[in-house]
Design a protein around this ligand. Structure first.
Ligand code: GAP
Length: 443
């Protein structure tokens, strides 16, 4: 990892996210609910932008990947077939003294409570992570249902319907973005391990003898997504190949980011064999085989999956982008000041440009410029407070460009554009601002 990387403390990041309306603890006025997070105005803009970038890259830019948007609650048999009801569990232990509960695999010493230091822990017990609810007016086991624990199972369940409707032939993929729910024992590290989160998954169906080639292809595509499209430095990312594979899988890897709390998984690329389709065939009684029209051959396609968490990607971008720069300040008696800046990739920044008139007297032409560029980009207009304070506010939400409309603009029909990262400024003709921004942001 490069030496100039000083990860921000999680406390600072959480506090910036709250102050600037990126992410809040859910139900905060009631004391919060552990493992659930709400996205404020700038957080939702960031999350949507990342989601749209993923959708464009994985679905719209490809002829062989189709989209799906399924329900969160599926038939309970789906989760029997997938193995979640039986196996989706973590071993946990409780401290007999302070009653705290831990995941066994997260304890260095399973006999010692890391919180109160007592040496009285219970024997490990399995704890299922599926969130349960009831469908209909009767709350008994016959009416039990589950919130989906991953978005990919409805893809397998709908695989034949999607394939028929889209007339796809192997190889092809089906992608879905949506909420997933896991009753995590220890939600932690801000949004990193939440109980409700968004997954972006793509299941790629192919012939078995081509599966490893596709696995390598998707590994490379997903690495490019982070390093090229999101501009995350390659030395803050790593790929970890799994050593212990499920019996049906031939390969699996995690893409990890160097979070302030250590390396953490943001995405998995998995060879899933024919496990899911054959299990759903067994449990539903439906033939899930693919029919090759040319050879007349019928077989179960092999699946290569790419599976990432949208909240973890946003957290990565926030941690990667957070910096405290020593900035000169003109205030008397104060030589230096710390500038907090979020260096978010311009294409996903919640606000891509801010229009800031130097004086309220310039509101009319400044607003006209704002109206012109907001059609194409995410733009904010702000005329309150000193220009310095307005710059700082935009720095803290990661706005890459601030456009100042000043009194000279009336004569030279130009504005000053300030760059977030270097704080350099340049003069650009009003008529060129929209194209200039688009070229810098998406070009
Ligand atoms: N279909 C495969 C699957 O769900 P996973 O490794 O369990 O695989 C995939 O999850 C991705 O979902 C992870 O890489 C992570 O980004 C995200 N994810 C999983 N659990 C999460 C949680 N509790 N909070 C936030 N994101 C989570």
């Amino acid at each position: 990892m490069s030496e100039d990387y000083n990860p921000v403390s999680m406390d600072k990041l959480v506090s910036l996210c709250k102050r600037r309306g990126l992410i809040f603890q859910s139900s905060e006025i009631y004391g919060g609910i552990n493992g659930f997070w709400d996205y404020g105005p700038y957080g939702v803009a960031l999350r949507r932008a990342v989601e749209q970038l993923w959708w464009r890259h994985m679905v719209e830019d490809r002829e062989n990947v189709e989209g799906l948007d399924s329900t969160i609650i599926c038939h309970p048999r789906v989760w029997e077939a997938s193995g979640h009801l039986e196996q989706f569990s973590d071993a946990m232990v409780d401290c007999r003294q302070c009653k705290k509960r831990y995941r066994l695999d997260q304890l260095d010493n399973p006999d010692l409570c890391p919180d109160c230091g007592a040496g009285e822990m219970t024997a490990p017990r399995e704890f299922n992570l599926m969130m349960k609810t009831f469908v209909g007016p009767v709350f008994d086991e016959d009416h039990a249902a589950y919130l989906r624990a991953e978005t990919c199972q409805p893809i397998f369940v709908n695989y034949e319907l999607v394939r028929n409707a889209s007339r796809q032939k192997l190889p092809f993929g089906i992608a879905q973005i949506g909420k997933a729910f896991r009753n995590e024992i220890n939600p932690r590290f801000f949004t990193f391990r939440s109980r409700e989160f968004v997954q972006m998954e793509m299941e790629f169906f192919c012939r078995d003898d081509e599966a490893m080639q596709w696995y390598d292809y998707w590994r490379e595509q997903r690495w490019r997504f982070y390093t090229e499209l999101l501009g995350v430095p390659a030395d803050r990312l790593r790929i970890q190949d799994h050593e212990n594979l499920a019996h049906y899988a031939r390969a699996a890897l995690d893409i990890e980011f160097a979070f302030p709390f250590g390396w953490g998984e943001i995405e998995g690329v998995h060879h899933r064999g024919t496990w899911d389709l054959t299990r759903h065939e067994e449990y539903s009684g439906r033939d899930m085989r693919y029919l090759d029209q040319e050879s007349g051959e019928r077989f179960h396609p092999t699946v290569v999956e790419t599976s990432c968490g949208l909240d973890r990607i946003c957290l990565m971008l926030l941690a990667n982008g957070y910096a405290e720069d020593l900035a000169e300040t003109k205030k008397a008696g104060k030589q230096e000041d710390v500038r907090v800046v979020l260096r978010l990739p311009p294409r996903v920044a919640p606000v891509q440009a801010a229009v800031l008139p130097l004086s309220r007297k310039l509101a009319v032409p400044a607003r006209a410029l704002f109206d012109q560029i907001r059609r194409r980009l995410r733009v904010e207009y702000d005329e309150t407070g000193s220009i310095g304070k307005r710059y700082r506010r935009q720095d803290e939400i990661g706005t890459p460009y601030c456009i100042t409309y000043d009194f000279d603009s009336e004569n030279d029909h130009s504005v000053t554009i300030r760059h977030r990262d270097r704080m350099s400024q340049e003069r650009v003709a009003v008529s060129r601002v929209a194209a200039w921004l688009e070229e810098k942001i998406t070009g």
